[in-house]
Write a protein that binds this ligand. Structure first.
Ligand SMILES: Cc1cc2nc3c(=O)[nH]c(=O)nc-3n(C[C@H](O)[C@H](O)[C@H](O)COP(=O)(O)OP(=O)(O)OC[C@H]3O[C@@H](n4cnc5c(N)ncnc54)[C@H](O)[C@@H]3O)c2cc1C
Length: 458
């Protein structure tokens, strides 16, 4: 890789003049804001930031980086905890100004550009009482989340974000603009649905929309002392959920900063209110909750209900793994580990997958994790850099203590930056070999390698 100091000034000026957006360099106004990501642990300084306004800007940026052998980082919503959306010394292709969203209510479809967040997306689609599965919080980018899979509140009924992807416009490593859908470039379309940012820059994504009116959603919080009972109940109730109800369990801290530990159930039912009431009754009736916010809400509000727990710039270190089962012994360990959690912002979340998200064949999309069950997400968040070592150590120790209960499968969008090759294979699972062959076809020189990287190979 070369550095821009070896790229002639005139050539950089030429790129800058061509872009509809801006080309930023260290010291320029807006440079520091543009290089910053959601995770405050990430502090990298690209030599150039191309703040793209459209597909043509992305094409120019990719061609420029390839020609001048600059490392490329691609930023969608900037939320990935691993922080691969920014590089040191190379060219950051920043899509965060690409906010176009066009809803076609008759076709029940929407095309959105690569810098859109779920909050912006929901705002436009909900005008028509339509929605697709996005993440569980609204500040995440649609692009990175979708390309890795996309677990969210509507997945029991409507599948993952990838299952609703109809097409994507992709700028490939050669600078070509291709459309990928079931009919055109079907192999690429398969790889985009779970293979992350390995195959090019998705300048826009088109999704199927589903009728989603007001939902019934919220959180029931129990005293930490009842963890055992709450998580056993969670296990029992998730064994027979209707598709409309997506339910997460976990151990969280009270949002008031008091450090009070809670055992929680978080629900979203996207069906008719009568059905929602019936399905949620046992959850609301269980035990003696300290708090119960479950009730009617808009889907937009539901997607924002946890946003405040994830402030931009907080320091984050996460680990996650699918569980083979949520056994009593696993519950004991979760409870014991949470009692030693060093930050009042951190939590242990059990994301339950069932319904439509699990009725897709493993080979149908690149995202391979289609079994009913739980993904354990250890979310460590803190504010003071002086607390970093003990929070990282706690996360790793908690992850290690849970090893005996893990399945061999990891969610690519939650992988950290420090995990090596094996987790990457666990993330792509049985689809790994096919993804490698696809990488060889679309990006044989591994131009796009700042991601959970699939190295080209037969
Ligand atoms: C607070 C929080 C909550 C989350 N909740 C959920 C959740 O509920 N469900 C879930 O499934 N995941 C969730 N995630 C994980 C999330 O899916 C990933 O972090 C995802 O990568 C975020 O996408 P982004 O576009 O914001 O990220 P970015 O950091 O911008 O991108 C991540 C990577 O994706 C690739 N990429 C991004 N945009 C493009 C593009 N347009 N074209 C090609 N490649 C691209 C790049 O390789 C980039 O490094 C959450 C993350 C956070 C921090």
């Amino acid at each position: 890789m070369s550095s821009p100091s070896t790229v002639e000034e005139a050539t950089i000026a030429e790129l800058s003049a061509r872009l509809s957006g801006a080309l930023l360099r260290p010291g320029d106004a807006g440079y520091d804001e543009a290089r910053r990501l959601h995770n405050g642990m990430i502090d990298r300084r690209p030599a150039l930031i191309a703040r793209c306004r459209g597909t043509a800007d992305v094409v120019d940026a990719v061609n420029f980086a390839r020609t001048h052998r600059l490392e490329i980082a691609v930023r969608g919503g900037g939320h990935n905890v691993a922080g691969k959306a920014v590089c040191d010394g190379g060219l950051m292709i920043d899509l965060s100004l690409m906010k176009g969203i066009h809803v076609d209510p008759l076709r029940r479809a929407v095309r959105a550009q690569g810098g859109v967040t779920w909050r912006e997306f929901n705002r436009e689609t909900q005008v028509h009482r339509l929605a697709t599965t996005g993440g569980t919080i609204s500040t995440t980018g649609i692009a990175g989340l979708t390309l890795g899979g996309g677990l969210g509140w509507l997945m029991g009924k409507h599948g993952l974000a990838v299952d609703n992807l109809l097409s994507a416009e992709v700028v490939t490593a050669s600078g070509e603009v291709v459309l990928a859908n079931e009919k055109e470039n079907g192999d690429l379309f398969w790889g985009l649905r779970g293979g992350g940012g390995n195959f090019g820059v998705a300048s826009s994504l088109e999704y199927r929309l589903n009728p989603v009116g007001p939902v019934t959603s919220g959180l029931v919080a129990h005293p930490f002392e009842s963890t055992r009972d709450v998580l056993r109940f969670f296990r029992e109730v998730t064994s027979s959920l209707p598709d409309e109800l997506t339910l997460f369990g976990g151990l969280l801290h009270a949002p008031d900063g008091s450090g009070t530990r809670l055992a929680v159930l978080i629900a979203c039912h996207c069906g008719a209110s009568g059905e929602a009431e019936a399905a949620l009754r046992p959850i609301k009736a269980f035990g003696q909750p300290a708090m119960d916010t479950i009730g009617p809400a808009s889907y937009e509000q539901t997607n924002m209900m946890l946003d405040e727990a994830f402030p931009r710039g907080a320091l984050n270190y996460w680990k996650s793994n699918f569980l083979a089962e949520l056994s009593d012994a696993a519950i004991e360990i979760l409870s014991a580990r949470f009692s030693t959690c060093p930050s009042p912002m951190s939590g242990l979340v059990l994301e339950h997958m069932h319904g439509a998200a699990t009725r897709v064949r493993v080979s149908e999309t690149a995202f391979p994790h289609r079994s009913e069950g739980y993904n354990l997400l250890i979310v460590s968040e803190w504010l003071d850099p002086g607390d970093t070592d003990r929070n990282v150590a706690w996360t790793r120790e908690t992850y290690d203590a849970m090893q005996p209960y893990f399945a061999r499968g990891r969610y690519v969008n939650y992988l950290g930056a420090d995990e090596g090759d094996e987790p990457i294979q666990a993330a792509y699972g049985p689809n790994f070999a096919r993804l490698r062959a696809l990488k060889s076809k679309y990006d044989p020189t591994n131009l796009f390698h700042l991601n959970q990287n699939i190295r080209p190979g037969a």
